[in-house]
Design a protein around this ligand. Structure first.
Ligand SMILES: NC(=O)c1ccc[n+]([C@@H]2O[C@H](COP(=O)([O-])OP(=O)(O)OC[C@H]3O[C@@H](n4cnc5c(N)ncnc54)[C@H](OP(=O)(O)O)[C@@H]3O)[C@@H](O)[C@H]2O)c1
Length: 249
């Protein structure tokens, strides 16, 4: 690696997968508030994301892209570079949820979850890192994974496998990039969103009771951690940072 590379600076153009709602949208809003540029995609562009793009045409790119569609993702990255400039960070946030026992989950559904949550993020990460390296820059990668990768949760076998896979890939990538990028995971505990709306009140009460901090996680608890990994001079690299009120300890 050349010593003439610039030091890893704060991200200035960040791609956020699944930035249309829930945690992803909160991350997009935070990046914008920081004064950086952000490119967000999901299969559907929500009115909230559309509004951000309309209000900030020079700082926000939003598009309807399925992360499993490699050609569409490649075209999106080109569009982002043409509009916002060189990409220097990625938040791998898009994911498909699961709510079915492994023995009752169809092979097709298992394949879809792995494709969406593991294969596609790895390909997107590869594409972004190649662009960062081609520009002679350094970058930052944040994987949004889950405590499910560390603790067992019934009904989330394939989902947990993908999150654990991303955590493992993250560690190896941090070593492999050898200073060309800081690569980390943020692993939230349960928080309310469209994905987690399948949980009933009894399950929520159980999770809350088992959480030492006494309250469920909210996106506002997770966003500052992602923010720091994107923008601060932390030198945190190859780590899984769990945000779950201590529920997994
Ligand atoms: N909610 C929780 O309790 C919880 C706990 C731990 C970790 N997480 C993780 O946190 C992250 C955000 O989850 P969330 O709860 O905010 O979920 P969410 O509200 O369901 O949002 C998921 C986002 O990903 C997008 N997405 C899903 N499939 C996609 C695809 N094939 N291509 C492109 N975009 C796709 C969705 O938009 P479209 O559907 O329009 O594509 C949406 O923007 C995920 O990685 C999730 O695994 C969540």
């Amino acid at each position: 690696m050349s010593d003439t590379l610039p030091p890893i600076g704060p991200a200035s153009v960040v791609v956020v997968s699944g930035g249309s709602r829930g945690l992803g949208l909160a991350i997009v809003e935070d990046i914008l508030a920081q004064g950086a540029k952000v490119a967000a995609f999901a299969r559907t562009v929500t009115p909230e994301l559309e509004q951000l793009a309309t209000d900030h045409p020079d700082s926000v790119v939003a598009a309807a892209v399925d992360i499993t569609d490699n050609k569409a993702v490649a075209a999106f990255l080109k569009q982002v570079e043409a509009t916002l400039g060189p990409i220097d960070a990625l938040v791998n946030n898009a994911a498909a949820g699961q709510d079915s026992l492994h023995v009752h989950t169809s092979p097709e559904n298992i394949a879809r979850i792995i494709d969406t949550n593991l294969t596609a993020p790895l390909l997107l990460t590869r594409a972004v890192l190649r662009r960062i390296m081609a520009k002679g820059n350094r970058g930052r990668i944040v994987m949004v994974t889950s405590v499910c990768a560390q603790r067992g949760y019934s009904g989330l076998v394939a989902y947990s496998a993908t999150k654990g896979g991303l955590d493992s890939a993250m560690r190896t990538l941090a070593r492999e990039m050898h200073g060309r990028a800081l690569v980390n995971s943020v692993a939230p505990g349960f928080f309310a969103s469209e994905m987690s709306s399948v949980l009933g009140q009894t399950q929520l009460d159980t999770i809350t009771r088992r959480t030492p901090s006494g309250r469920l996680v909210e996106p506002t608890n997770i966003v500052p951690v992602v923010h720091s990994l994107l923008f601060d001079d932390t030198n945190i690299n190859g780590q899984v940072i769990t945000v779950d009120g201590g529920g997994s300890i």
